[in-house]
Design a protein around this ligand. Structure first.
Ligand code: ADP
Ligand code: MG
Length: 915
């Protein structure tokens, strides 16, 4: 319905809560099975996307404006104007061109980086389920239109405002809107009052809230800015705050210190010059030169670019970064806490054994193969003869939300893989879903929740009575059972029965099978208000066990070995049975043969101090609740670990928020956990987490080496300049020379270094200490030594030339040797500890090209009169050029030899220690 439609516009602020649900449906021309795809598409074009207008978008002008924030730019502009006024037109133009080029490059790079991060944000935007053409479709939340029927369950985000049509134990967390932290109950009943406060509109759901428990359907009545959230969105405005990483913040303050230090040096040399009676104009130009030499441009830009490139690379490997600071922390991760089911295992389950009334039944054939295909040729030979097995199969089918659909001739499971496996197994006994739906229609549901570890579905039997069917963790379920289904019918459960069932459960769990128990109970009330978990789930009749196999992922084993080599501990945290968990953990190498697991109940009994004592030794936690997860995280953090934590359920959001790196599962994860996470793993695969950690380390390395390269270059320039000024020699480098160096020799190679390929050996060292400063002792030492070497080489050339020729020639030679030295050094800058011959040369072919082009450009500038005029250089003969190239390589060669010697001494000291 178009927004321009007068009836609709009038209805925009209608009180949907005091109308019958059917009336609302009719109002929007929606059938109970949703809109058609065409109608939805039409409405989307008419009404626009369902998104809030952001206060501040990535605005190109904003980025351009940022380029002029640097003091240096203003010094240069002043220098250019002054040169112009004094008649040095060439100087003025040259400086101006350089300024333009510099801002141009800075702008395009930053713009590209911002755009790629914005596109990533889109990739991790929330999804929503709606009914279209009678089927549930998962669509981007921005494509929701008015009249859509939204389908949701615990953990989903409500992506627009809607009138509730159906609700099963539905509770929504509306704190974002109302400030109320206790979830609000929702049901479809009409609220007859005229005016009702937002928090009391029990038959409405609102954009920006989430489903805390239960499930339901709602018809959408408002989208985008017309929603309740939209009407206050303009007040919120802080939607997209600029996210600076800890490193960027440190660099910013470092930059400010540099500016002040530079001003100090400049003031000092200015004073010295005045005392010596130097010309004011010369002094001014010298000061500008010094300032340019000292202030490294674009440190922060380099970090942004390195992060953006890294984040894009991670996205291609299925890791979506939602919060930029996460990238930096990833590199220092020391413990990864991970789910078992679906992350360490394939998550595609096949029931192998069914057990009821004391006998086990082998289930042959596949459940469904990894490509999602369900194969039905599997059989249970004894099925027809066992009445108890039939009863078990009925519970499996009756309490099941998974669906089997045939797509292009292949059967696929939609829904929870655990339930899919149960469904397929039950069908193999010869029962059908249609039969169940006909004989016992669904009446009510108490949804699955990983703290309760069970699901109940209540159905209406042919005689009108209600019956509850429950599947859940056997140990938990057994506590609620008082009767058992035996070969001769239902009888009271004895202790012996209980022991037998538990023993059977343990036996299956030890074979790495995931075991679920099944039970039922006749229910005597029909009032849905009384059908709560407490009222229904007791005095159950135990029916049987299903054991399913979920093979460990092959990649996971390698990934875990990688973690061990990288000094990262892997901790399995699962809701599954301890024996299943330990069996899988041993197969994967997380636990050794004598390692034990710790269960949630054991954890609850421990004090914080006791937990801290065993936190380093325990690698498998089983039967945990969300609360347990939070405690584990806190204990690990108290033990100074940098913790990455995965999660999928609604209840996991607090633990995910609390972890240093919260990781949500892209496929199985709920929207609420995804929104709380720092990173989303789109393929749910453990090895992706490890790959992301490796990327995080690599990105940090890239940032560090780029900073080192730039800072060492500036140190060299500054040393050369101050030494000459102090001695009283003419300034060796003019502003234009320094600008040329910063632009031609430092800029492009620095960008190549920031995007360098990642050293395959990053995962061979222990994690970096998260409190470590990027500029540690080693960093500063290398920076000073490098600066000293280049300054010395350039100074020698300058000095020699001053003795034999003009100042112009001396400057040209010093300038050229510095350019060559910087360019050659960039090859060595690729690693802070490996000599250049140990780095695969062509793994960064861009750098090679950039260096060749820069050298060629520089040589050309010496033979092109116009450029020569701009750069104020004399021509250099080819022979001298080669000579300068050779001299320029001296710092590079010395530095690489130094690295090799250092590496060797580290190796020998290591072998002395280990020997
Ligand atoms: P995990 O998937 O790591 O085992 P969960 O918290 O998801 O952890 O599940 C906890 C336990 O609840 C499972 O071990 C299983 O016994 C039970 N369970 C899981 N899924 C279902 C389901 N769909 N219906 C009934 N019980 C379930
Ligand atoms: Mg699970």
């Amino acid at each position: 319905m178009p927004l321009t439609d007068p009836t609709f516009a009038a209805n925009k602020n209608s009180n949907w809560y005091n109308r019958e649900a059917d009336a609302v449906l009719t109002e929007f021309g929606t059938m109970i099975d949703g809109l058609s795809a065409e109608e939805a598409a039409r409405r989307l074009t008419n009404d626009g996307a369902n998104e809030l207008k952001e206060g501040k978008r990535t605005n190109p002008f904003h980025i351009l404006f940022r380029q002029f924030k640097s003091i240096l730019i203003w010094i240069l502009i002043a220098a250019s104007i002054l040169s112009g006024v004094l008649g040095e037109v060439f100087d003025a133009i040259a400086i101006l061109i350089i300024i333009l080029l510099n801002t141009g490059i800075g702008f395009t790079e930053e713009f590209k980086a911002e755009k790629s991060i914005a596109s990533l944000r889109k990739m991790s935007a929330p999804q929503a389920k709606v009914l279209r053409d009678g089927k549930i479709a998962s669509i981007p939340a921005t494509n929701i239109v008015i009249g859509d029927i939204l389908v949701f369950e615990a953990g989903d985000l409500i992506a627009a405002d809607g009138r509730v049509l159906k609700a099963v134990a539905l509770k929504c967390n509306e704190s974002a809107l109302t400030g109320e932290s206790i979830p609000a109950e929702k049901n479809p009943g009409v609220l007859p009052q005229e005016e009702i406060a937002l928090g009391d509109r029990k038959n409405m759901v609102f954009m920006g809230t989430s489903v805390a428990a239960g499930s339901g359907h709602a018809v959408i009545v408002a989208t985008a800015m017309n929603t309740e959230l939209g009407s206050i969105a303009l007040l919120l405005q802080e939607v997209d705050k600029e996210q600076k990483t800890p490193l960027q913040i440190k660099l910013d303050s470092f930059g400010r210190i540099l500016v002040w230090a530079t001003l100090g040096i400049v003031a000092f040399s200015f004073g010295l010059g005045l005392l010596r009676g130097m010309n004011i104009l010369d002094l001014f130009m010298t000061s500008v030169s010094l300032a340019i030499a000292a202030v490294p441009e674009g440190l922060s830009v380099v970090v942004t670019i390195a992060l953006a490139l890294g984040v894009m690379r991670m996205a291609r490997r299925h890791a979506l970064v939602r919060k930029l600071p996460a990238v930096e922390i990833l590199g220092s991760t020391s413990v990864i806490c991970t789910d078992k089911t679906g992350t360490l295992t394939v998550g595609e389950m096949t029931v192998r054994v069914l057990h009821s009334a004391g006998s086990s039944f082998e289930v042959s054939g596949n459940g469904y193969s990894p490509d999602g295909e369900v194969k039905f040729e599997g059989k249970i030979p004894d099925a027809p003869r066992s009445e108890s097995l039939r009863e078990l199969a009925i519970v499996l089918l009756a309490c099941n939300n998974a669906q089997l659909v045939q797509k292009e001739g292949i059967w696929n499971v939609i829904g929870d893989p655990t339930e899919g496996a149960l469904l397929v197994a039950a069908l193999k006994t010869g029962l059908t879903i249609e039969q169940i739906e006909k004989d016992m229609p669904r009446y009510f549901e108490i949804p699955f929740d990983s703290d309760r570890k069970r699901r109940t579905v209540i159905r209406k039997m042919l005689n009108g009575a209600l019956k509850a069917f429950i599947n859940g963790a056997p140990d938990v379920l057994l506590e609620k059972c008082t009767k058992v289904l035996a070969t001769d019918g239902v009888r009271e459960m004895t202790d012996v029965d209980r022991q037998e069932i538990l023993a059977q459960n343990t036996m299956m769990a030890k074979q790495a099978l995931r075991v679920l128990g099944s039970a039922y109970r006749d229910v005597d009330t029909v009032s849905t208000d009384l059908l709560s978990a407490d009222n229904v789930e007791h005095d159950l009749v135990f029916v049987g066990l299903s054991g399913m196999y979920d093979p460990p992922r092959k990649e996971a084993k390698d990934a875990i070995a990688k973690c061990v080599a990288a000094g990262i501990r892997v901790v399995m945290i699962t809701g599954d049975h301890p024996d299943t968990a330990i069996a899988i953990a041993r197969e994967l190498g997380i636990a050794s043969s004598d390692d034990q697991s710790l269960t949630g109940i054991e954890l609850d009994k421990k004090s914080d101090a006791e937990l801290l004592q065993c936190i380093r030794k325990t690698s498998v936690y089983a039967r945990v609740t969300a609360g347990n997860k939070l405690r584990i995280i806190r204990a690990l953090k108290a033990d100074h670990a940098v913790v990455a934590m995965t999660g999928d359920g609604v209840n996991d959001a607090p633990a995910i928020k609390d972890a240093d790196i919260g990781i949500a599962m892209g496929t199985s994860g709920t929207e609420v956990t995804k929104q709380a996470a720092d990173m989303i793993i789109t393929d749910d695969n453990f090895s992706t987490i490890v790959a992301a950690v490796a990327e995080g380390r690599g990105i940090y390395d890239n940032i560090r080496k780029t900073l080192q390269y730039l800072l060492a270059g500036n140190t060299g320039e500054l040393l050369l300049m101050t030494a000459s000024v102090l001695i009283g020699l003419p300034v060796p480098l003019l502003p234009i020379h320094l600008l040329w160096i910063n632009l031609v020799t430092d800029g492009p190679p620095a960008l190549c270094l920031a995007g360098d390929s990642i050293d395959p050996e990053v995962m061979k060292n222990p994690p970096r200490n998260s409190s470590e400063n990027i500029a540690n002792g080693n960093f500063i030492l290398t920076m000073i030594v490098t600066g000293f070497l280049t300054a010395t080489v350039a100074f020698c050339v300058y000095w020699y030339m001053l003795q034999t020729g003009t100042v112009e020639a001396a400057r040209t030679y010093a300038f050229t040797v510095l350019v060559f030295a910087e360019l050659l050094r960039s090859f060595g800058a690729r690693s802070t500890d490996k000599p250049v011959w140990q780095i695969p040369f062509f793994s960064n072919s861009k750098l090679f090209i950039v260096v060749c082009v820069s050298i060629a450009l520089h040589v050309w500038s010496q033979h092109n009169t116009i450029l020569g005029k701009f750069l104020k250089t004399t021509s250099v003969s080819f022979f001298d050029g080669f000579l300068l190239l050779a001299i320029g390589s001296i710092p590079f060669v010395i530095l690489e030899i130094w690295k090799a010697v250092r590496q060797k001494s580290i190796c020998t000291s290591k072998s002395v220690v280990s020997g």
